[in-house]
Ligand binder design. Structure first.
Ligand code: GLY
Length: 284
């Protein structure tokens, strides 16, 4: 079977920056061909995307409503059920490396201070992922919304609802699957808000029939357990494209969502917004 990798840069991200997912897909595929492990390949692809400041994950993540803090979510899953996630992780360059390390603990998910402590135990130093562009984005939004009524926080201009989660899906030459995703969340987030990205079945899912990850409005993705729904269609015999399209078509028009999926038949990516993504295959 031909190995493949698909990497996206988020629902709502600009098509012009597709070179980011392309570079990450190349790095992930090279890792897969060298080491043969889909799990480590999706971690590598996500790490490359987290280090690209144009994407809302790792360096370049969105600021919270206080305009000061960045809290990131990331997770990784293999088709044998291995899963690790971090939530609201601060001051760390690569949340995906901490999510990967969670797999080797007795737990599935670590949040906040505990996740940060694990990052330090892994030797990952204190790091501020704030970029001038993230600050500019926040200041623009703040100017347009001088009063922030937290109880009505969804009442903001749609164009500022950036998502840009990153994600990667790999199928190995032996038909094993893995998936990763990482995010700085949406804009307009309260401290402690957790999106879909670290929630198994919502932001991502992998099993023997394939692997899926979602991007976009996390609350809607969680309510739908969107990645699991796409996976279950594939497990019933639908192609990645048919399964992904069916679930994407069911999303209300005002809600930004994107999906990438790989199955035994191939891979597919799509969104109801613009979404840069790259698909690469290797030799059989
Ligand atoms: N999909 C990213 C988030 O809602 O946090």
């Amino acid at each position: 079977m031909k190995p493949l990798i698909i990497v996206h840069g988020g629902a709502g991200a600009l098509p012009e920056i597709v070179d980011g997912p392309q570079a990450a897909a190349q790095a992930g595929l090279a890792h897969l061909l060298l080491h043969g492990d889909p799990l480590e390949a999706v971690v590598e692809a996500a790490r490359v995307m987290e280090d690209d400041p144009r994407f809302n994950a790792g360096t370049g993540s969105n600021l919270r409503l206080d305009g000061a803090r960045i809290q990131m979510d990331a997770s990784v899953m293999a088709d044998d059920g291995r899963f690790g996630a971090v939530m609201a992780l601060e001051r760390t360059r690569n949340p995906i490396l901490v999510a990967r390390a969670v797999i080797d603990t007795p737990h599935l998910m670590l949040a906040g201070e505990g996740a940060q402590n694990l990052a330090r135990r892994l030797g990952l130093p204190d790091f501020d992922p704030t970029t001038p562009e993230a600050r500019r984005k926040f200041e623009k939004w703040r100017l347009e919304n001088p009063v922030v009524p937290h109880d009505r926080w969804r009442n903001f201009p749609e164009e500022m609802r950036a998502h840009d989660t990153i994600g990667a899906v790999v199928r190995g030459p032996d038909g094993r699957f893995a998936v990763s995703c990482s995010t700085g969340g949406t804009t307009m987030m309260l401290l402690g808000r957790v999106g879909d990205s670290p929630i198994v079945g919502a932001g991502l899912y992998a099993g023997p029939a394939g692997a899926v990850t979602a991007t976009g409005e996390g609350e809607e993705i969680i309510r739908r357990f969107l990645s699991l729904r796409v996976y279950e269609r594939m497990a019933r015999g639908e192609s990645a494209e048919s399964a992904g399209r069916a679930e994407l078509d069911a999303i209300p028009a005002g809600v930004a969502v994107g999906l990438i999926a790989a199955g035994l038949d191939g891979a597919w990516g799509g969104s109801n917004r613009q979404m840069p993504f790259a698909l690469l295959t290797g030799p059989a």
